[in-house]
Design a protein around this ligand. Structure first.
Ligand code: NOJ
Ligand code: CA
Length: 711
């Protein structure tokens, strides 16, 4: 990396060399390496910082001001002066231990402007920009200084002023949960407050007309923008408050009633990066690695204790109400309510775990998640959840050692489950012992969960206090060599680069909603939207793979709103280094044999050499090809919303001169997400680089292709 520190006297000449210079000495411009993106930074007449962003000739972010409000201190806003600045550029490549691709290029130009307030306190603030070919990031850096030791931020006011009434794919700026259906509206029609009090969400708090990030937009000219943040550490999560009249957004940090503000910090500190990804095609957003590049390199060393894998679980059966998490079976937690009478329907029994292990071992699945194995589920009462869960003690009908040994003998890896019921202090108390217990039993990964309102009250899932809790979990598990898949998490902000034991997370409306949501479940357009929004943040534990689409035996009023082929495609489309085959083992059987379509789940990779987005449009459809590491095999997945379509596929990504055996799993001729969701066809053929195929996708449908090199 090259960086230069420059005093104002030498500023002019150097600006001409490396970055442009405009107007006065307080105006700076930085280009992306390919010069397509231009960021301008300047101070207003009152000495307030602002920036603009251009893509080619187009202004995409209009004059957007920056300031901070603090408790018991004057705002940091006006009267700032540039004292010096640094510029630099970096072009390096780093390797992902697991991921969507093996190598990531990190190529940017940067500018840090060091500002001083013209006041008695002479408060100091630096603003650091990094400009990439795929977007920009900037953050605030508060250096150590004489008159400012600690701040309680009551508001960060970073503006993102738009230049048109774009089409936006958004979820509300909920401080507690991201599990909302995406809305597609014009910016001027965003109405987050109408999304309050969802009947299926046990925690939700939407105080403003704001959206959560990543929030993705399309301009009338066809440019794609997505706003998010990178490296959210010791700070509050950022929502974006919507200003319809000015077509503007301003950062609205998640607060804490206990804190009486948004974030309390000791200087020196840096805020997370505020990011804007920019793409000429929708797929560019998915291929962008900007969020990861803005995070620090791996700090925890090798993560060879974790191998990307597929897993099954004692899980879906509780969500559809076949069994329960608690041993008495008195609660029907498929609806999170008091439920059915009559005897134990406990899912996590020794016998049932063995059934899943047999299924996994026979069908090339490596992992098994067991939920409801530990005591506490029966005492899960909304207001009194402290001390309820015990992360070491199995229920009496679950013989932990027997299951452990049976799994080991069959080459299956157990995934631990820690539902904290959003009582993180109870979890923190048991953490050390619980992780030691896992390791002593050869368990290397854990799924965590945070269902409900946070205890202590006054904290929210996305506030600074919980950001620090989720961080602590990553630090403590890394020490023990444990990988974490968090549900009800803080959003992904690329921290998996620094902590590659952060393997996946939920943080969206997952498959489970199809089991019990009272609003009809996830619409067919859900995942074609998620791929261009939530997925830009990082890996998703969506838990795909339902074959019994209607599950009428258990829930006559619920179903999956996709075809079976769409479910298969998700193993390629939705990226995660762990992918669940979530349906019941018996639902994967057809006439006493394994369902022919399960072969795709057995074959599909989970760790990728490279990824190509072949086609797509936000909210409509997406087609992704990924090449598996080591084997070099390719897998292609395509999904569509409620509109059927015919997708033309070409295979330029295949190697020259090679022939491949391909198996196509696609919608049957009359398939339809509602009327005929399980109709599928399997076709075998040979493919080369020159091949071309037209594949029909049904309404709510999809396709999956495995492309295996001929030996
Ligand atoms: C919500 C999680 O998303 C789900 O996967 C889990 O089964 C339940 N909580 C119980 O922990
Ligand atoms: Ca959830």
């Amino acid at each position: 990396m090259k960086t230069l520190k420059i005093n104002l006297s030498t500023l002019f000449i150097l600006l001409l060399i490396t970055i442009g210079c405009k107007k006065a000495e307080t105006n700076f411009t930085v280009h992306s390496p390919n010069t397509n993106i231009l960021v301008e930074f300047a101070l207003s007449e009152s000495g307030q910082p602002y920036y603009t962003v251009h893509h080619k000739e187009t202004l995409v972010i209009d004059t957007s001001f920056m300031s901070f409000d603090f408790k018991d201190l004057p705002p940091l806003k006006n009267n700032l002066k540039v004292i010096n600045f640094t510029i630099g550029s970096t072009d390096e490549t780093w390797t992902m231990p697991w991921g969507e691709q093996l190598e990531v290029r990190n190529n940017f130009n940067e500018l840090t402007v060091n500002l001083e307030e013209q006041s008695e306190e002479k408060r100091l603030l630096s603003i650091h920009f990094k400009v990439y070919d795929d977007g920009i990031g900037f953050r605030y850096e508060f250096p150590a200084q004489d008159h400012l030791k600690e701040v309680l931020i009551t508001d960060e006011n970073t503006q993102f002023n738009l230049t048109g009434d774009h089409t936006v794919w958004w979820i509300p700026g909920d401080w507690d949960i991201y599990e909302h259906v995406y809305n597609e509206t014009k910016f001027s029609e965003i109405d987050a407050l109408s999304k309050q009090n969802h009947p299926n969400l046990s925690a939700t708090y939407i105080p403003e007309n704001a959206v959560n990030t990543p929030v993705t937009m399309k301009t009338d000219a066809g440019l794609y923008l997505s706003f998010h943040e990178a490296d959210l550490t010791n700070y509050a999560g950022m929502t974006l408050k919507v200003d319809h009249a000015n077509l503007g957004m301003v950062s609205e940090l998640v607060g804490s009633e206990r804190l009486g503000g948004k974030a309390k910090l000791t200087l020196p500190f840096n805020t997370p990066w505020r990011t804007i990804q920019i793409g000429e095609k929708a797929g560019d957003l998915i291929e962008s690695k900007l969020i990861l590049n803005l995070n620090d390199p791996n700090q925890i060393g090798e993560v060879d204790y974790f191998t990307p894998m597929k897993y099954v679980g004692i899980w879906w059966e509780m969500h559809i109400g076949k069994s329960t998490w608690d041993m008495e079976g008195s609660q029907d937690m498929s609806t999170w309510m008091e439920g059915k009478e009559g005897g134990s329907r406990h899912g996590a029994t020794t016998e049932n775990a063995k059934k899943y292990i047999d299924f996994a071992a026979q069908n090339g699945i490596k992992g098994l998640l067991v939920e409801g194995w530990n005591t506490g589920w029966d005492k899960w009462i909304d207001n009194d959840r402290e001390g309820v869960f015990d992360f070491m003690t199995p229920y009496a009908d679950y013989n932990f050692e027997e299951v452990r040994d049976y799994a080991k003998a069959h080459g299956v890896e157990i995934i631990m489950h820690h539902e904290t019921s959003a009582a993180p202090l109870t979890y923190e108390k048991q953490m050390e012992e619980a992780y030691n217990f896992m390791k002593a039993n050869g368990i290397n990964s854990v799924k965590t969960g945070y269902v409900g309102k946070i205890i202590p009250r006054g904290e929210y899932h996305h506030g600074q206090w919980m950001v620090n809790h989720y961080h602590k979990v990553l630090v403590e598990t890394a020490k023990k060599k444990i990988a974490v898949n968090a549900h009800e998490p803080i959003k992904a902000t690329g921290k998996r680069r620094t902590f590659p034991n952060a393997i996946a997370r939920e943080g969206l409306r997952g498959q489970e909603f199809n089991a019990w949501a009272t609003d009809g479940g996830n619409p067919p357009s859900h995942l074609p939207t998620v791929a261009f929004t939530r997925m830009l943040a990082g890996p998703i534990d969506f838990t795909p793979g339902v074959f019994n689409i209607k599950f009428n035996e258990y829930k006559a009023n619920n179903q999956i709103n996709t075809t079976l082929a769409h479910q298969l495609a998700l193993y390629v489309v939705i990226y995660s280094p762990i992918q669940m085959a979530c349906d019941l083992p018996e639902h994967y059987m057809l006439n006493g044999k394994i369902h022919p379509a399960f072969q795709f789940i057995t074959d599909v990779g989970v760790d990728w050499q490279q990824t190509r987005v072949l086609d797509g449009e936000v909210g409509d459809f997406v087609i992704i090809a990924r090449q598996e590491r080591e084997s070099g095999n390719w897998f292609v997945g395509g999904i569509t919303d409620e509109n059927e379509r015919i997708q033309t596929l070409t295979f330029e990504f295949l190697d020259d001169g090679k022939t491949y055996n391909a198996t196509i799993y696609k919608d049957g001729p009359n398939a339809h997400w509602d009327k005929n969701p399980e109709a599928y066809e399997i076709e075998n053929l040979e493919l080369t680089k020159a091949s071309s195929l037209d594949i029909p996708l049904a309404s709510g449908g999809g396709f999956a292709i495995s492309i295996i090199q001929k030996k």
